[in-house]
Every structure is written in C-alpha cells, then in structure tokens.
Write a protein that binds this ligand. Structure first.
Ligand code: GLU
Length: 389
C-alpha cells in the first residue's frame, strides 16, 4: 500500500486532472481566464518534468449558459444539450489558447457513456487518447453533453475522469472542485466534521460519509467523488481531492496544501478486470449466499448453487453486480448466462444445468477469469485490507 504521498503529483508518470465547472466559469462573468492561465502554467511545469497530463474539464454547460444568458435554476435536458453545444466550443478554445502560451497543443475528446462501457469502443477511445499523448498533445476531455440523454450519460465528470484514468493507466487522478477533501460529514452542515487526509481503503463507512451534495453549476457531489475513488483505486490509481479555489491549485498541492489522498490498491487488477469493475451500469444483480461469498473471496468462480436470486434483464457477457445477503455489492463479473436462464438454474448444482436448460452450458454462473471483487472481505467488517482480485 502506498502511504508516501510527498511529491506524488510531481513524481507521477501520468496524471488525470478533473476540473469542476465552478472553478472555470463564473455565473455572470463567464470564463475565469486568469485562473485558467495559472492552471495551464502548472500543467506546463508538470509536462516539462516529464509528467503526462490529461485534463477532464467540466464547464461546457455552465459556459453555454452564460453565453446564451439562460436563467438560473435547473435546465431541461434539451436546454443543457444546447448550452453544451455553445459552451464546449468556447471551453475548448480557451484551453487551446491558454495551453498554447506554453507551446502545448490541446486535443479535444468528447466521450459518451458507450465509449467506456462497450469494450470495442473503449479500446478505440483508448487508442486515440494514447496516440494524442504520443504526439505530446494534452487531451482535454469532457462528456459529449449535446448527445447525452438522461438514461445514457455519465452526468458527472468525476466518474468520467476515473474511467479515463483507468483507461490510460494513470497513476494519479486529481479531482479539483470547491471542497478541499473528504470530511466525516458535510462540513457546511456539521461543525464537528473531521477532515480526512489519508484514506487507505474505501470502506462502507467512508462511503457513508459522502452524503450527496452538488452545487448549482456542477453535477457531482462527494458521492460521485467517492465512486470515482473506487473505480480509480481498485485499478491501482491513487486519487487526490483538493480545492481548486486558489490560483495554481496543482502547485499548491505540491507545496503541501491540505488535501485528501486515497491510496491505490496494492494489487491492481488486470486491464480487463479494471474495465469490468468500473462499469457504471451493471445489467443485473445476483444475490449470493455466505458459502459463495467465501468462495469468491478465495478466488473461485461463482456457481449457480450459491446464487439465491437474480434481478434485472441481462444477456450472457453483460456485466452484473454480485451482492451479499445483506445487499452489499461485493463483486462484479460477466454473466455466463442470460438473465432468464440464470433464473432457472439459481440454487442448482452444475450437473443439473443440462437437464434444466436442455443443453450443457458452463458450470459457472460467472467464471473466475470474468470476476473481480469490488469490496474486500475485511472492509465489510471495518478492517482495512485490499481487494485480492
Ligand atoms: N459535462 C458537464 C459540463 O461540461 C459537467 C459535468 C459535471 O459537472 O461534472 O458542463
């Protein structure tokens, strides 16, 4: 487990920096150009030390909203799609201009949920981003909000940034927003809230601290940041939550300003398992008994005999979440059977499958090679230990 955090940002190989809308865009005045210029100076300082930087920049909707002079309050889906169409042009130009002052070329990448959730498209997006980095350009990434619909979207750039970080094998993800880190309770509500500097593992207790707050300009609250942390750390990528409300926020982190550090898993899983674990919308849920839970923790496949119930509608090969009897997600995997077949063989011995289904399918409901633990055994009981996937 990595506990040495000093200089992590300047010493890392590849970093993804996520910037919240409120840092870049002022409700009335629009783009905060001075802030962006200072940020690009920090990025240039990192790249000159050989750190590869990727930016996930929010702000398209906020910027479009300011350009179009849309009223305050929640926007309808079509309004935010239109605002993003206007705002993304301005946002990309601002990044490109500000980075070019340091002779850095920016490359815009707009992703939709399918670009990370479908394996073929994921590999394609990864290849494009890698090529950009090979050419020494800084990818400036956002969700393609103009085509995203309510059902098919990230909606927040925290999880998008974590998916990007794992996609490119980054060793660090930095989430910059208007809060300087994780507290035991939302600090604006609870004056006794304690700041947490070091989070060795994301336990259910840590998740419970996240609350659900989001500001008017941005969608993500602490909840989506913790979700991002789970995606990133399980893939061996550390995460920092820090305030971006200062000029030169990256330099401030290097100089030791207070922030929360989420340690990466000591045993990162393979790229394919990283992709399975980070899926945002598992197609179904399998509830398993205690025996099966123990078997999974010791690296075994999930057999139909250990499954108590099947929820959802999924096809063979879709990602499903595996829940313990208390409803806690413990693992994810690629289903060996369609939902309908899975329901028929729940609780049955593997040798009975052929008789029930009329063909001899796989012995496992989910094969161990297609399975990744998302919650450690000891994390559930409050002790701290890493997932062994
Ligand atoms: N993609 C949105 C935008 O650029 C921001 C989402 C978020 O706030 O995390 O406006």
């Amino acid at each position: 487990m990595t506990t040495n955090r000093s200089g992590a940002l300047s010493a890392c190989r590849r970093v993804v920096i996520k910037i919240g809308s409120a840092l870049l865009v002022d409700r009335r005045a629009g783009l905060k150009k001075n802030w962006l210029d200072a940020m690009c100076e920090d990025i240039a300082a990192l790249t000159s030390r050989g750190v590869e930087v990727l930016v996930v920049s929010s702000g398209a909707i906020a910027m479009g909203r300011s350009v179009l002079d849309l009223p305050a309050g929640a926007l309808k889906l079509e309004e935010s799609q239109a605002a993003a169409a206007v705002g993304q042009i301005a946002l990309a130009r601002a990044w490109s201009e500000s980075l070019s002052r340091h002779e850095i070329v920016a490359g815009q990448i707009l992703l939709t949920l399918g670009d990370t959730e479908e394996r073929r498209r994921y590999l394609n997006a990864r290849a494009t981003i890698s090529q950009l980095m090979k050419l020494k350009a800084v990818p400036v990434i956002n969700e393609n909000d103009t085509v995203a619909t309510t059902e098919i979207r990230y909606g927040d750039n925290d999880r998008l940034a974590a998916r990007v970080a794992t996609m490119v094998g980054a060793d660090l993800l930095v989430l910059l927003s208007d809060i300087d880190g994780l507290y035991t309770a939302p600090p604006h509500v609870d004056p006794n809230a304690q700041f947490l500097e070091f989070i060795p593992v994301i336990t259910p207790e840590i998740e419970a601290m996240a609350g659900g707050a989001a500001s008017e300009l941005s969608r993500g609250g602490m909840r989506t940041k913790i979700d991002a942390g789970k995606i990133a750390t399980s893939a061996g990528c550390a995460m920092i939550i820090a305030s971006g409300k200062v000029d030169h926020p990256l330099q401030s982190i290097i100089d030791g300003v207070r922030h929360s550090w989420f340690a990466p898993s000591a045993e990162p899983v393979t790229a394919r398992k990283t992709w399975i674990a980070g899926q945002l919308l598992p197609g179904g849920r399998l509830m398993v008994d205690e025996g099966a839970e123990r078997a999974l923790h010791s690296g075994k496949s999930l057999l139909p005999a250990g499954v108590r119930s099947v929820e959802g509608d999924f096809l063979r090969g879709d990602t499903v979440a595996i829940l313990s009897l208390n409803g806690q997600e413990i693992a994810r995997g690629l289903a060996g059977y369609d939902a309908q077949e899975a329901r028929q063989i729940v609780g049955k011995k593997s040798i009975e499958i052929a008789d029930i289904l009329g063909y001899s399918g796989r012995a496992a409901m989910i094969h161990r090679d297609d399975l990744v633990m998302t919650m450690t055994k000891n994390a559930q009981t409050g002790h701290k230990e890493k997932a062994d996937a």
